[in-house]
Design a protein around this ligand. Sequence first.
Ligand SMILES: O=C(O)c1ccccc1NCC(=O)[C@H](O)[C@H](O)COP(=O)(O)O
Length: 398
Amino acid sequence: MEALVSLTTTPRFQFHASSQSARKLPVFVRRSLLASSMDPRRPSAVVSVRAQQSESKDRSVTVSPVKGDAETALKVKEWEVGMFQNEVAASQGIRIRRRPPTGPPQHYVGPFEFRIKSEGNTPRNILEEIVWHKDVEVSQLKERKPLFGLKKALDRAPPTRDFVGALRAAHQRTGLPGLIAEVKKASPSRGILREDFDPVEVAQAYVKGGAACLSVLTDEKYFKGSFENLEAIRNAGVKCPLLCKEFIVDAWQIYYARTKGADAVLLIAAVLPDLDIKYMTKICKLLGLTALVEVHDEREMDRVLGIEGVELIGINNRNLETFEVDISNTKKLLEGERGQKIREKDIIVVGESGLFTPDDIAYVQEAGVKAVLVGESIVKQSDPAKGITGLFSKDISS
Ligand SMILES: O=C(O)c1ccccc1NCC(=O)[C@H](O)[C@H](O)COP(=O)(O)O
């Protein structure tokens, strides 16, 4: 039996949206519901569940957010927005779906626990899985700490440091790509990278070894990172600018990263449509943060080169859908007109992932990068500072 949960529209929800239950919804949701009830193309939503049985006998159950179920109404609304995002993303060649197209994640579905796996509610690859998980995680975090609640923490946040400036200075000083050293305990492709992982110790060793900037993974489920790690490294007085290495799907995360001491955030073009990148880049500027916009293929590179205000582009040599690593990806994406455009715009390019030897560093430098982002090869060394010297075959600390 294949079961589906899909969104349909009905004027019934419009009625309930103005009832007692809707008054419990946050103001922005009420506004959004009102807007949607006034938009003839996107009338109010209701969840409809259709269970298709093998004998192709359809059974339909329609569930509306009645009985004061404000929470269900909120989820339904979020869902509708997610579906719209999927459509926009697909039109730009983005394969990662922001939300499962045929139904919400299991814990959103309340009584419909009979739902079984289908192509539409199962992630197609690890990146999609991470994004779906992140979407739920962020909506829960946002409920606990709404944006207006972050205001005080934003006012108290330490000043941001110049991420791009630090990379340029390191490149000029050493003649080698500026190093963004990644504080990475584990990864979905490699598992645990360092058993005795102390984020502050690792960060300090990287600084000693000559890193220009640090990248701190904050995702807990897949990378065993945390925002506490980021905050602890910042509070320990580490002078290098810090990249918050997170899977950003919502602008709220950028504000949150800023409250935890980040100087830069990552925006992944395989996940975010152009308008999100534009909007988020502007938010970064407002907050004094640098946006590292990450691409993996020519299509993503062309999209990002068309966006005004991007000053730092990362080329990931790891395909985040398949885990395949190929450092010739950096070279491929910097050839010809693309490389020309990057030089004209004075964009700094970061070669990311799969860099293990001085030859690898020389190869991506030859391809045109002025910075590299390295995790595994240095975090695994008993002394990560020496690991950096080995990677560059030179002491880059002074
Ligand atoms: O590292 C992974 O396995 C991974 C899987 C899925 C999404 C992202 C992933 N990594 C993020 C990165 O881009 C790397 O951590 C970073 O570039 C450093 O790579 P490496 O030097 O190979 O550790």
